[in-house]
Write a protein of this length. Sequence first.
Lengths: 305, 257
Amino acid sequence: MSETTPSPTGQPAAPGAAAPSAPTAPTAREERQEVLLSVRGVRKIYPSAAGPVEAVRDLTFDVRRGELACIVGPSGAGKTTLLKIIAGLLEPTSGQVILEGEPVSGPPRTMAVVFQEYGRSLFPWLTVRGNVELPLKNARVPAAERARRIDEALEAVGLAHAHRRYPWQLSGGMQQRVAIARAVAYEPHILLMDEPFAAVDAQTRADLEDLVRDIWHRLGVTVLFVTHDIDESVYLGERVIILSSSPTVVQEDVHIDLPDERSQLETRSTKQFADLRHHIYEQIQLAKAGIVPAQIAAGVTQKEV
Amino acid sequence: MRALRSVFYVVALPAALVALWWLLTLGSDSFWVPRPGELVSTFREVWIGPRFMDDVVPSLTRLAVGLVLAIALGILGGLAIGSSRVLRRLSEPVLEFFRAIPPPVLVPILMVLVGVNDTMKVLVIVSGAVWPVLLNTIEGVRGIDEVLSDTAKSYGIHGTSRITMLTLPAASPNFMTGIRQALSIGLILMVISEMFASSSGLGFTIVQFQRSFAVTEMWSGIVLLGLIGVLLAGIYSFVERRVLRWYHGLKEVEQSE
C-alpha cells in the first residue's frame, strides 16, 4: 500500500484497502488482526409525538485492537446516538455491539468515554485528582496502585501540577485533559471520544489532537473518535468511517494512509492530506444530499471478511 | 485590618439598636418594656442557674433530635422519590397536601395519639421541618446533569456507590437550602410544641412568665430564643462553607464569565 499512492478521490476505498496487512507500522501491531469492537446491524428508532424517528438505520463495522478510528458524519447523523449505544448507555432497537467477544448490555468495564461537554462531565465537587480517582475507587483499586495510576495519567496529559485544583478553576482545554486523564487512568481497552474538542478553541484543539495521538501511541489503547470535523478525522485517524445523513448507514470506510508520525504543520500541508480531506468532504456532501454509494445501499458493507 | 472590619460589620447594627433602645427607654419605667441593663440582669437571673438544665437543655435536645430526624428523613425520602419517576408522580399530590398542613394544628392530634411527652414534641418539630429538606432534595436529585449521570454510568458507578459518589454531592446545594429553612421552622415548632400541656422547656417557661405578668422575664426568654437562632445560623454557615465550598467557587466562576 505504501508504494501505491492512495486515490481517495473517485471510488470508495476498495474492500481490503484497510486490511490489517497494511504495513503502516508493522511492529507491535500484529495482534491487530483481532477484532476488538464489532457493531452489527445497529438500528435505533426513537418514539416521538410525531411518530417514530429512525436515528440510525443499519450500522455495521469493526474496530480492530489497537486501531485509531474516526467516525465522521454530517450533523444530525446520529453520531452521539451511535456512541451511546456502543458505550452501553442506550439500547439499540435492533442489532448488537460486541466488545471483545461479549455483547454489550451495559457500560463495559474495559471501556472509557470522554464526552464533548467537559464542563458537565467532571464532578465539580471533586478536585482534579479526585475526579481521576473516582472510577478507580469505585472499582476498588488498592490505594497505592490508584496513586500510581493517577500520577501517571495526570503526567501524560500535562496536568501533574494542577491535581489539587478544582475543574472549574481550569480552562476548557485543561478540563478536557482532566477528562482524558480520568479515562486513561481507568486503563480501558477502548477509549470512546464523542466530539471531545468541539467546544475548545483552535489552538487548544490542535494540542489536544496531538495529545490523543501521543496517548494512543504510548498506551496502545484502541480509540474510537467521533467528530464532525473532517480535517480532524483525517489528521487523527488511521481510518475514517463516514456516516450518512439520518437515517444513518456507513457511507464509506476510508483508510488513512498518512505516515504514522504526524505534525500539525507538516501533515496538514501535504498533498495526501488535502486529497483525503477532499474525498471525505465530497462524501459528506453526497451524504447530506442523501446519496449513498450503491453497494452500501444494497447491503454490501466494507467490513473485511 | 480585614478581621477588624468583619467584626465591625457583625457588631455595628446590634450595637446601634441596643443604643437606640437604651436612649428611648432612658428615664422610662414602663411596665411592658424593660431597660437594657434591667433585661441583662434579669436574663442572668432567669437563665443562668437551674433553669438552664431544667428548661433550656431539654428544649434544645428535642430541637436537635427533631432536626436530625427531619434532615435524615428528608434526605432519604428525597433520594428515593427523586430517583424514581414513578414514586415522584405518585407522591406529588400527597406531598402538596401534607406540606400545606400547618404543623401546630397537629399538636392536639399528636397529644391524643402519642401522649404528652418528648416524642410528641419531637414529632411536631419533624412534621414541619422535614418538608423543605424533602422537597429540595427531590428537586436536586431530579436535576442531576445528564452528562454527569452518563459519565458515572459509563464508569460503572451504580447502586449505593452512585448515591454516595454522585447523587448526594450533586444534590447537596439543594438539600442544604432545605436544611436552612428547616432550622428556623424547627425553632418555631420547638416553642409551639411546648406551649400546650407541657411542664418544662423554653416555650412553656415563656408562656408561664406571660401569664404571671413577669414581663422582663418573658422578654429575656424571647432574647434567648433569638440567640439560639443566631447560634443555629452560625453552625449552619460553618458547615455549609465546608460542604459547599466547591459550589460557591463554581458559582463565582460562572458569574464572572
